[in-house]
Write a protein of this length. Structure first.
Length: 380
């Protein structure tokens, strides 16, 4: 039975290799990103793996999760604390209530698969979707990427989780549950049953999707539909409305890593060019660019403050990635942008993992009250 799909399986494996490289390129390793040196001068030396130095001016509300040396850290105010150990973790994301931080953890294993008529062993890195309370307790494995069929063992990718506002569903990028029959595409995970489902969204030349993120109201998903023009990303941003199953392309080529504003009216995104990447703000209705936050060709992976008044993002300088902040005052799209501030100093953060930001509800600004309308006088 297995021999009947060895040829397509090998084709899929080849695509996965290409997909993995592509995902690496567009998640923090584009030209001008980690490993490059767009500002010139010698490569900087980051702080040790167990140290994160915080700028004393970076007293921001709430807590920001990010990754350094394969471990998740949480920065709150002027302090940063390491949440996980082991050096195998990535892609953290807060739940809306702040009760959990979901993330991806990898473990080494030996796989067995038939290739060219003989069974061979392979070194695998099997991912799991995990969650942990922000105080370091309650670690749980939610989804395991180990794939077994008959005598053969393989694995499937699990990447970039985003959790629905009600905490019941995750959206992620995966070729599971059967990597022999799927590309790296957007999937939904029922957290209670651990079941994966595929909304059958279109892709281009089997390049798949990435960067899925739930809207603040949980009704739609933003994601990146991947495409390439030579060595450059030509990806577009797409909004998928869950109930109606309507897919709407929002941008032309060259945008990725979308992040919703808390009110759902705007999108922060990474814009790619031949020179590198920068942070822009788009209108969520039509994808029109309304503001450019950076012009350094070295900024990427935005995370919008739940308070709506700032955007955090990663920036590479002489080979070292740090977390930066841009303050927004006023109302969009006519914000006033303050000076950008480095929240970490020579941290050497993992560029393939976006930061995720949580602020407790009691620290968020109160919604602007909607003025009541007096009833019209009744006709006598």
């Amino acid at each position: 039975m297995l021999s009947s799909f060895i040829a397509p399986a090998l084709a899929v494996i080849g695509l996965l290799v290409v997909g993995s490289i592509s995902l690496g390129l567009i998640n923090g390793q584009l030209p001008g990103l980690p490993g490059a040196n767009p500002s010139g001068g010698p490569i900087r030396t980051p702080t040790p793996s167990n140290v994160v130095v915080i700028d004393p001016r970076s007293d921001v509300k709430g807590s920001i999760a990010y990754v350094k040396a394969g471990n998740i850290w949480i920065q709150s105010g002027e302090k940063a604390a390491q949440l996980t150990t082991g050096g195998a973790d990535s892609m953290p994301t807060w739940t809306a209530d702040g009760a959990w931080v979901y993330f991806i953890r990898e473990r080494g294993a030996v796989g067995r698969f038939r290739l060219n008529g003989s069974v061979k062993e392979y070194d695998l890195e099997i991912p799991t979707l995990e969650r942990i309370h922000p105080d370091g307790t309650g670690l749980q494995a939610i989804l395991d990427g180990r794939y077994v069929t008959g005598r053969y063992t393989w694995s499937y990718f699990i990447r970039q989780p985003s959790i629905s506002p009600d905490g019941k569903t995750a959206v992620l990028v995966s070729d599971g549950p059967n990597p022999l029959k799927s590309d790296m595409t957007l999937k939904f995970l029922n957290i209670a049953t651990r079941a994966l489902s595929f909304p059958q969204l279109p892709e281009l030349n089997a390049l798949g999707h990435q960067d899925p993120v739930y809207s603040p109201d949980g009704t739609s998903i933003l994601y990146t539909k991947e495409a390439r023009e030579g060595a450059l990303s030509a990806s577009t941003l797409v909004r998928y409305t869950i109930k109606s199953r309507v897919n709407k392309v929002l941008t032309g080529p060259g945008y990725l890593q979308p992040a919703w504003s808390p009110d759902g009216r705007f999108i922060a995104a990474t814009q790619t060019s031949a020179g590198g990447t920068d942070i822009v703000i788009l209108d969520a209705r039509n994808g029109a660019e309304v503001m450019r936050l950076t012009n350094d060709n070295a900024s990427f992976a935005p995370a919008w403050s739940p308070a709506g008044d700032a955007i955090a993002f990663l920036r590479v300088d002489r080979g070292v990635v740090d977390l930066w902040l841009a303050k927004l005052t006023g109302s969009g799209p006519a914000w006033t942008v303050g000076d950008t501030l480095a929240l970490t100093i020579s941290a050497g953060l993992d560029g393939a993992s976006r930061a995720s930001w949580f602020i407790p509800a009691d620290q968020l600004p109160k919604p602007t009250p909607v003025p009541s309308v007096a009833p019209s006088p009744q006709a006598s």
